[in-house]
Design a protein around this ligand. Structure first.
Ligand code: ADE
Length: 247
């Protein structure tokens, strides 16, 4: 998959994306990232990319033409059609379902705004969707773009070493939070590893993990349970969890 990132700091995103799973996905040619700077498409000695907002107010607004020319160059660089996605707090919230959808695309473009935003006319004409990574304001879209790149990269076939682990993630299987995980030592002053995990009984372990996932979701994100479509067995596991862990 190919992701093009348009940003005044394109190296910022590629640096974040150079490590761990995303770095490996690039080494394995599962992902190619390309950074583009709208300043390279700006005119004049100052290569100006922003200007003051009409109507007054603080901050600067990114101008139409450098972004538009940059986008045109991005599109020309590869014949595959690509959605343009603008990262902004006004966008739709990023969910794992959206990540899966993007991960299946051959290519997309991430547009990072800076300052107070981007001229609305450019967004209306060139952007296919807006995505927010949460209800808070970042000083630019770069960190949000890095979040999208990471979440999408790890879903590429062959990006994770243990093919199982993405399927078991929070949200991935069925929109529930993940169960807790433990490793050595078995006994520690901070507590012991739950016995069931050492039982070797895979059915019991799977049942315990499912119950923990249900219980945690109930405790921490009860809103997700409404969407999860629990089976009768799930509801029984959850009732047993509630009885043992009164909220
Ligand atoms: N740019 C600034 N804040 C953002 C957010 N919360 N999500 C995506 N892009 C942003």
């Amino acid at each position: 998959m190919r992701i093009d990132i348009i940003s005044l700091f394109p190296e910022f995103v590629s640096q974040i994306a150079g490590h761990g799973v995303v770095g490996r996905a690039q080494e394995r040619a599962l992902l190619s990232l390309h950074g583009w700077n709208p300043r390279d498409y700006a005119e004049g000695n100052y290569r100006r990319v922003d200007d003051r907002p009409f109507g007054g107010g603080p901050g600067m607004v990114m101008m139409i033409d450098p972004l538009r020319d940059c986008l045109a160059a991005v599109r020309l660089a590869d014949p595959a059609p690509a959605k343009a996605i603008y990262l902004s707090p006004q966008g739709r919230p990023l969910t794992q379902a959206k990540v899966r959808e993007l991960a299946a695309e051959p290519r997309f473009i991430l547009l990072c705004g800076r300052y107070e935003g981007v001229d609305e006319r450019l967004l209306a004409a060139e952007v296919d969707e807006e995505i927010s990574i949460g209800d808070y304001v970042l000083s630019g879209g770069e960190l949000a773009a890095a979040v999208v790149v990471d979440a999408v990269a790890r879903l590429q076939d062959g990006a994770l070493n243990d093919a199982e682990s993405a399927a078991q993630d929070s949200f991935e299987a069925d929109g529930l939070l993940d169960c807790p995980h433990y490793t050595r030592p078995v006994e520690h002053e901070l507590g012991d590893v739950p016995e069931v995990l050492m039982s070797g009984n895979h059915a019991q372990i799977a049942r315990w993990r499912r119950q923990q996932a249900l219980g945690r979701t109930w405790l921490r994100r009860p809103d997700l349970l409404d969407e999860a479509g629990l089976s009768k067995a799930d509801r029984e596991l959850l009732e047993a969890f509630k009885a043992e862990n009164p909220g």
